[in-house]
Write a protein that binds this ligand. Structure first.
Ligand SMILES: Cc1ncc(COP(=O)(O)O)c(C=O)c1O
Length: 377
């Protein structure tokens, strides 16, 4: 059994994926070209955005966003305490300071109350300039944008949506990737929309930001092209093979994979309701369940479940064992008195079970039975 079975997806899409790869091999155009421009149009239209710029990976996508917004030394970038380090790491590379905020105990996403507390704490201290908020749609479940967006507006902060885990999800009828001045995603292979290597994308409705990010992606190229460098940039691009592979995968995500993920999640929810804390998806939202995460009663119960799963060779993961504020790289930084109660509690209890659109009902039943056995032992 696999935690995320990419082979099952490949088997389902094999004719289209093989043909896509073959078509690139026939042109021998591996960088840029038709697959990349076509995919960017399809991604922008899917996310409901004016512009999509593909790039090397989801971390570069965030770095490009921070660079385009002019974030650097002396700036504070607010970020939820539960995420992968890449959400704010590129801002630190640019000299900015991360300020972590607690999460909500239902969605595990950025808490608007904690965000506002941390913004005020930074303002009161007077050392950093609040500049941006990274809202991460954790585990594939969209953030509360109706609450977060007005806070960003109130304090004049740029909102960046990190949709690395949520491409395909939606919030009140708007797709992930459509929130904030800039949104980013990752095409890391096991993401809801994954390629066969590294890949990422940046989304915006702002034509000037689109032009700037396209320049930043290619060594700060100017109007004269790649040898007319007018700023310091990166070399970050999605190659033609990855773009071609992503086209049929995007179609599958749109046409059935998001629905199939709901079916798998519903079966788990029904089996674990009242026994473990099952995922909460707010009214009007669709999660893409990049991970199906459960909360045990406490760490001891989680360890008991995980050791039983291990014994039965059922894969599991813990996303994430440590909140950002407690990582060795960040723990000496100012935390402004925030207790991070929810984030600490989440990390102590969370674990994830196999989740992918092609998970067969019989296989899923084995996983469910094994977890229930552990709970009853
Ligand atoms: C929330 C989040 N942001 C950013 C990234 C970075 O994406 P990549 O691995 O493509 O650089 C990831 C990848 O795991 C992620 O989960």
């Amino acid at each position: 059994m696999e935690f995320i079975d990419l082979k099952a997806q490949y088997q389902a899409l094999k004719p289209e994926i093989d043909a896509a790869i073959q078509s690139v091999l026939e042109t021998m155009h591996f960088i840029g070209g038709t697959p990349v421009t076509e995919l960017e149009k399809e991604l922008a239209s899917f996310a409901g955005r004016e512009h999509c710029i593909t790039c090397g990976n989801g971390t570069d996508a965030l770095q490009l966003a921070f660079m385009a917004l002019g974030i650097g030394a002396g700036d504070a970038v607010f970020c939820p305490d539960i995420t992968f380090i890449a959400s704010v790491e590129p801002a630190c590379m640019l000299g900015a300071s991360p300020v972590f905020c607690d999460v909500e105990m239902d969605t595990y996403n950025l808490s608007p109350e904690s965000l506002e507390r941390q913004i005020n704490a930074v303002l009161a201290e007077g050392k950093l300039t609040p500049k941006a908020v990274v809202a991460v749609d954790i585990l594939g479940n969209p953030c509360g944008y109706d609450e977060i967006t007005p806070i960003c507006e109130k304090y004049g902060l740029a909102l960046i949506e990190d949709a690395a885990q949520s491409f395909g999800a939606s919030y009140k009828g708007k797709r992930a990737g459509s929130f904030g001045r800039i949104a980013t995603t990752s095409f890391f292979p096991v993401k809801p929309l994954g390629c066969y290597g590294d890949g990422g994308a940046v989304f915006t409705d702002d034509g000037d930001l689109d032009k700037l990010i396209r320049s930043l992606c290619v060594h700060g190229k100017g109007p004269g092209g790649k040898y007319d460098n007018i700023r310091i940039g990166l070399n970050s691009r999605l190659d033609a093979l990855q773009a071609a592979i992503l086209q049929p995968k995007l179609k599958a995500l749109r046409n059935w994979e998001t629905d199939a993920r709901q079916t798998v999640a519903k079966r788990y929810n029904a089996a674990f309701a009242g026994k473990l804390v099952t995922p909460y998806v707010a009214e009007g939202c669709v999660s893409v369940y990049a991970q199906y995460a459960l909360l045990a009663k406490d760490t001891a119960q989680r360890e008991q479940i995980l050791s039983h799963l291990k014994e039965r060779e059922i894969p599991y993961m813990v996303y994430y064992p440590t909140p950002q504020h407690a990582l060795p790289v960040y723990r000496e930084r100012p935390q402004y008195g925030e207790p991070f109660q929810n984030a600490n509690d989440y990390c102590a209890r969370v674990f994830s079970l196999p989740m992918y659109p092609y998970l067969e009902e019989a296989e899923q039943q084995v996983i469910i039975d094994t977890v229930l056995e552990a709970l009853n032992s």
